[in-house]
Design a protein around this ligand. Structure first.
Ligand SMILES: Nc1ncnc2c1ncn2[C@@H]1O[C@H](COP(=O)(O)OP(=O)(O)OP(=O)(O)O)[C@@H](O)[C@H]1O
Length: 372
């Protein structure tokens, strides 16, 4: 079943919009993640889709039918909450059966569905236990089993893994993804964790400041972020954003002590933000043309994140597999070796390049000077 959000907004007092003009069509069988920082309105959006809170403006369609004003039970969807919402006094089996009993389903049908759902999440042997006798991951699976037993084709999940430790979260990520594919569910998954969204979802909606920032696949969001918010939110370690002033008539050249930037299109003189991912920079402590000093090294086993201060005072993070020969206070040469992105001063992406500037006729150079 598909879900379509058409210009949906939410306000609690009629003026301050918590969400503004959100539109997207989520296709049947799609795993769709909603991502953004705390308080950006992810849960509010999910709850409006579920019918738990009213939509202030706009329209919601499920399979092309307008459900904007329908109560939750008439929307043919199920929801898994962050706290699992299990009844502590009911055993696993009865927790899973609860919603089905409320729907006055025949007991033989309930039994078949509950057994099937518990089998799918590997909890058959735990069906007589109470939630208090289960681990966090097992409780999470009970909540999943309840969603599966309902047989709804749409499942909404609100940060379902945030109470689990890192290892279990990893495991549950792939279990949820497998189940979603096996059952052909249309799944909307709210998380503030960019890695969770990137590893699980077919498409991701990035929310910030009440607005959609980008809707795209994980790889497009990473490779072509629409603005500096998306660029900084996705990718670990974070993208370096350098405030630069472009001067001259399409002149582009190295500025002494800076990185070597080049662009493929001409840009007007003015202020820009240049984005460089830490793995697009190289670091060398054997060069006699140094331009930076190492201020900190985060050792991560097979790689290190090196923090360096360029001679123009800008600070950059560099990802390197050189984990042995570098030390804090070393003078080094930092060079651009991969893609970079050019954003307007207000953060919208203008260009991303892999080097080689041309203005169409010649290989004139653009002069970049640092604004700070
Ligand atoms: N009943 C309400 N009245 C007024 N404001 C509300 C109400 N409920 C939520 N808000 C506000 O709406 C905004 C969005 O809240 P929401 O819970 O959707 O954010 P979120 O992105 O899910 O955050 P988190 O990741 O922290 O759970 C917040 O600023 C919150 O304070």
């Amino acid at each position: 079943m598909s879900i379509e959000l058409i210009n949906i907004s939410k306000t609690y007092n009629g003026s301050d919009f918590i969400l503004s003009d959100i539109s997207v069509k989520i296709e049947t069988g799609e795993f769709f993640a909603i991502v953004g920082p705390s308080g950006c309105g992810k849960s509010t959006l999910l709850r409006m889709i579920a019918g738990l809170i009213p939509i202030s403006n706009g329209q919601l369609k499920i399979d092309d039918n307008d459900v904007t004003n329908l109560p939750p039970q008439e929307r043919a969807l199920t929801m898994v909450f962050q706290n699992y919402a299990l009844f502590p006094f009911l055993n696993v089996k009865d927790n899973v059966a609860f919603g089905l009993k409320a729907r006055k389903m025949a007991s033989s049908e309930i039994s078949t569905r509950v057994d099937h759902a518990l089998e799918l999440v590997n909890l058959t042997d735990f069906s007589d236990r109470k939630p208090g006798e289960l681990s966090g991951g097992q409780r999470q699976r009970v909540a999943l089993a309840r969603a599966i037993a309902s047989d709804a084709k749409i499942c909404l999940m609100d940060e379902p893994l945030s109470n689990l430790d890192a290892q279990l979260r990893n495991k549950m990520r792939s279990e949820i993804r497998e189940l979603q594919q096996k059952l052909g569910l249309t799944l909307i998954y709210v998380t503030h964790d960019q890695i969770e969204a990137m590893t699980m979802a077919d498409r991701i909606m990035v929310l910030n400041n009440a607005k959609t920032q980008q809707i795209d696949s994980a790889s497009n969001i990473y490779d072509t972020p629409s603005n500096t918010f998306v660029a900084s939110f996705f990718g670990t370690p974070q993208m370096n954003l350098l405030a630069l002033t472009l001067k001259g008539n399409n002149e582009f050249s190295d500025v002494e002590h800076s990185l070597n930037f080049s662009v493929t299109n001409s840009l007007k003189a003015g202020n820009y933000l240049v984005g460089v991912r830490p793995n697009s920079l190289s670091i060398d402590n054997n060069s006699n043309k140094t331009n930076a000093v190492i201020t900190n090294i985060e050792y991560l086993g097979t790689r290190s994140i090196v923090h360096a201060k360029l001679d123009n005072s800008m600070e950059v993070r560099i990802e390197t597999s050189n984990t042995e020969t570098l030390s804090v206070t070393d003078r080094v040469s930092v060079r651009l070796t991969g893609n970079h992105y050019i954003f307007s001063a207000d953060g919208q992406r203008l260009l991303n390049t892999n080097g080689g500037y041309t203005d169409g006729n010649s290989s004139k150079k653009l002069q970049l000077q640092h604004s700070i």
